[in-house]
Design a protein around this ligand. Structure first.
Ligand code: ZN
Length: 138
């Protein structure tokens, strides 16, 4: 069995941002040479997510509004976690959007359904963070 591991470094200019990392994962898959197997892609930080959905700006705006309703950033004093930090909302948003995705590898390609793309979701950005890509198979 072959195994491939890579850390993708991401630094957003905004506090919250969604980034399509499908091309980066695709590059990892090409480098791995794996034809049949599984790819795991996970955020390595607890205020960031990796999720699969549509690459459509209206939907991304809707996610932002929805997440802000569920876990508003302000007032920061509403959260017990905040004190030295102000990112309690980021932890909650990450929990909703998820830590990782698994994608099947078939005939050397990411075996997506229609419109599926892989996104990095940042909820406490403006600093360098990592996404782990692990691919196993033959
Ligand atoms: Zn925190």
């Amino acid at each position: 069995m072959k195994s491939f591991r890579k850390e993708l470094w991401i630094e957003t200019s905004a506090r919250r941002e969604f980034i399509n990392i499908t091309p980066d994962v695709d590059l990892c898959l090409q480098k791995s040479g794996i034809q049949e197997g599984l790819a795991l892609i996970n955020a390595m930080h607890i205020t960031a997510s990796v999720f699969i959905n549509d690459d459509e700006s209206g939907l991304h705006y809707d996610f932002e509004v929805w997440l802000e309703k569920l876990a508003p950033h302000s007032p920061t004093s509403q959260y017990r976690h905040n004190g030295y930090e102000d990112n309690a909302d980021g932890h909650l948003k990450r929990q909703i959007m998820g830590r990782e995705v698994v994608v099947a590898i078939t005939e050397g390609k990411l075996d997506f359904g229609p419109w599926e793309q892989i996104f990095y979701g940042e909820f406490d950005g403006k600093r360098k963070k990592r996404v782990l890509v692990k691919i196993i198979g033959e």
